[in-house]
Design a protein around this ligand. Structure first.
Ligand code: IPE
Ligand code: IPE
Ligand code: MG
Length: 253
């Protein structure tokens, strides 16, 4: 039997890790003649439903892209409203997450956030740290390139301190410096809102993710739509470089 390449995820029917670019809030609101922020508020409700669905389905990790390192380029008013909404959502949802045994992690560069938001993030993470069910990662001020740069910095600090030789830098050691360290890579990568691009999300981690693009705008991405994405994943043959014949023989699919 062929050796499985290290770092390549195992084939599974239920994705262990689902990553979602939650796009289309602004257009959803505009279509209704509402301000963009109404779309973001409606989007928070969809987050709750996606979390419930993930718990029910037995997904281990759900990573949601909430604010990219490029989203600071939006009008300051929208950025401020998004930050306020983030604080409100943390205040409101943490108790429910705990009840559902959901461990919350916020990934991204928090240093750019207000002291108030940073404090809420620390509290929310601490209060759910012992939860053993779903791991929910919210990517906020996150960029895939930022993630790689900060991992490279961690490794070079170790080299500098004489703890690591350059030839000991491997895919595993680099992965262990990423914000997602210790978690499986995304199996299923969903983007709502019709665009077919990565927008600097989980660049390294998505090397072997299955992509699912849908025109459905994030606030409309309900349980039925989530199920469609999961069903599409079930029908994929993940070859990880092998031929389809090898995959059938080795994975039985
Ligand atoms: C995604 O929805 C949410 C964030 C980026 C914060 P958008 O706000 O990008 O919605 P559209 O793409 O303008 O419709
Ligand atoms: C990506 O959506 C980021 C989030 C969903 C948080 P954007 O709407 O910002 O992406 P672009 O600018 O269209 O690529
Ligand atoms: Mg968008």
């Amino acid at each position: 039997m062929a050796k499985r390449t290290e770092g390549v995820p195992e084939p599974t029917k239920t994705p262990r890790h689902v990553a979602i670019i939650m796009d289309g809030n602004g257009r959803w609101a505009q279509q209704r003649g509402l301000p963009r922020v109404s779309g973001h508020k409606a989007g928070v409700e969809t987050v709750r439903s996606a979390v419930e669905q993930s718990v029910k389905t037995g997904i281990q990790v759900l990573t949601l892209f909430a604010f990219s390192s490029e989203n600071w380029r939006r009008p300051p008013k929208e950025v401020n409203l998004l930050m306020d909404l983030f604080i409100i959502a943390l205040d409101r949802e943490v108790r429910r997450l705990k009840r559902n045994d959901v461990r919350l992690r916020i990934i991204g560069d928090h240093t750019a956030f207000s002291d108030k938001l940073q404090a809420r993030i620390v509290e929310a993470q601490q209060s759910t740290a012992d939860c053993k069910g779903l791991t929910l990662q919210i990517a906020a001020n996150y960029g895939g390139r930022w993630d790689l740069v900060q991992a490279a910095r961690r490794l070079s600090e170790k080299v500098d301190a004489g703890l690591l030789r350059p030839d000991q830098i491997t895919e595993e050691s680099l992965s262990s410096g990423l914000s997602t360290a210790g978690l499986p890579d995304p199996d299923l990568f969903i983007r709502t809102g019709g665009e077919q691009r990565l927008s600097n999300f989980l660049l390294w981690q998505s090397a072997y993710a299955e992509f699912y693009f849908t025109d459905v705008l994030w606030p409309d991405f309900d349980a039925k739509e989530f199920d469609k994405a999961l069903a599409s994943f079930t029908n994929r043959q993940r070859r990880f470089g092998r031929t389809s014949e090898q995959t059938r023989l080795e994975d039985g699919r």
